[in-house]
Write a protein that binds this ligand. Structure first.
Ligand code: HAM
Length: 414
């Protein structure tokens, strides 16, 4: 029997990754312009890291963690997200008192029910700003989100945003919510009854209509947070409302326990049921919760598979491609010197070599199929005279004979 990949863990082939590379290269430029630097943390961490951060009653830890005992009988887990590991790394390096603007990327693992836009191995690009209290960092991260969307051509999205207040306000809202829902527990869907017992704030996320109708009469976050927090939220929304569709959503609490303060998500209807492109917020208490010193923190993470789905590749300039055709057995040092010199002269062009596989005709067919604009043909006779054939594939296939020096000049100036 053939071995299959695990459910929800797809392979990514070159044709899929073309979009990923475009996305990544644009993203690196944005991070560079914000002076946000890369951090890499391991895929495996102790299970306790996630139960103490994401929350032991959250779905992510409760039902979705890939956990197992290692050979030393210690419980370890594949990371379901990146923020906890970044905080752990900074605490471990004793750098909580410093300021950090960091980004990371890589696979995350959650044992969820796979469906369109939802995988068990998926990829995130995350940003974490550490050491910055509520204020300018919220603005900078929303600006970054807008820039990312703009640069990759996403216009059809909404930013949902909420303020959860400090831990005290969050807890007090949570108590009121429980007090309000408890008498109606039998009207709630079974799933929401479980949530009410284990993680009440998650009831706000319920997709059940009857729950949503009930919640309309329930307590509102805005009544539990301070006036400063309310004003901060309103000012953020006012600042960006001319640039994007940004809306306060009082039911937005997010599925990870560590948030206090601003939380946000960017959603697109084009994605279907799994509509969140990215999500994030402030989590000032996490460092202490993980045994570190006090450290302000705010960040967000993009679901790469989802944002790639929205990337408008049509508007993106494809790099120029030139085919390099060598024939039969004539490959020698000279042939490869030409290819090496061409690549050194201009490495923004793709020099697509066909490795002498097949006749001139079949290699030309491959060049056309691979969207080459030109081909360079190194024939045996031409090589003797230090010449190559330059053929333009875009029009009528016009061709000319060039010396090896002339071809480099032409290639450099394409
Ligand atoms: P999250 O909302 O759990 O936040 O995940 C962020 C994004 O990852 C989601 O908006 C979604 O695009 C993508 N995502 C999540 N689960 C899946 C899945 N099963 N399949 C495909 N994509 C998925 C966090 O992970 C926080 N660490 C974000 C953060 C960073 N908060 C502060 N800093």
């Amino acid at each position: 029997m053939k071995i299959q990949s695990l459910r929800g863990m797809p392979d990514l082939f070159p044709e899929d990754l073309e979009r990923w590379h475009i996305f990544e290269s644009k993203l690196y430029k944005i991070f560079h312009s914000f002076n946000t630097l890369e951090i890499r943390t391991p895929l495996l961490e102790s299970t306790e890291l996630f139960s103490r951060s994401v929350g032991s009653s959250s779905d992510i830890v409760n039902k979705e963690l890939y956990s197992f005992l290692d050979r030393n009988e210690e419980s370890i887990s594949l990371r379901p997200e990146g923020s906890a590991s970044v905080i752990r790394a900074i605490i471990q390096k004793k750098q909580e008192h410093e300021k950090h603007k960091l980004w990371y990327q890589g696979p995350m693992f959650r044992y969820e029910r796979p469906q369109k836009g939802r995988f068990r191995q998926f990829h995130q690009v995350g940003v974490e700003y550490l050491g910055f209290e509520e204020g300018v960092s919220e603005y900078e991260l929303i600006s970054m989100v807008l820039q990312i969307n703009k640069l990759i051509g996403i216009s059809d999205y909404t930013i949902k945003i909420n303020h959860l207040g400090d831990q005290l306000a969050k807890d007090s809202f949570c108590n009121s919510l429980v007090a309000f829902l408890q008498p109606h527990i039998n009207e709630l869907h079974e799933k929401d009854q479980v949530r009410l017992r284990s993680n009440p704030l998650r009831v706000l996320d319920s997709k059940e209509k009857s729950t949503q109708v009930l919640l309309k009469k329930g307590p509102k976050f805005q009544d539990y947070i301070s006036e400063d927090s309310r004003n901060f939220l309103q000012n953020l929304v006012d600042t960006y409302s001319n640039h994007c569709n940004i809306q306060v959503d009082q039911s937005l609490v997010r599925g990870l326990d560590y948030y206090t303060g601003i939380v946000f998500e960017s959603v697109s209807e084009k994605l279907g049921a799994q509509d969140a492109i990215l999500g994030g917020g402030r989590y000032d208490n996490l460092s202490k919760q993980l045994g570190g010193k006090e450290m302000h923190a705010i960040g967000f993470a993009i679901g790469v598979e989802r944002i790639i789905e929205l990337l408008s590749i049509e508007n993106i300039k494809q790099p120029l491609k030139v085919g390099f055709i060598t024939l039969g057995e004539q490959i020698d040092k000279k042939t490869y010197k030409i290819a090496d010199d061409l690549r050194s002269a201009n490495n923004s062009i793709i020099l697509d070599t066909f490795l002498s596989e097949g006749s001139l005709k079949s290699q030309l067919r491959r060049a056309n199929k691979n969207n080459c604009s030109y081909v360079i043909i190194v024939g045996e006779d031409e090589l003797k005279n230090d010449q190559v054939i330059w053929k333009d594939l875009r029009d009528d296939g016009e061709q000319e004979l060039l010396t090896s020096k002339e071809v480099i000049d032409k290639y450099t100036n394409l």
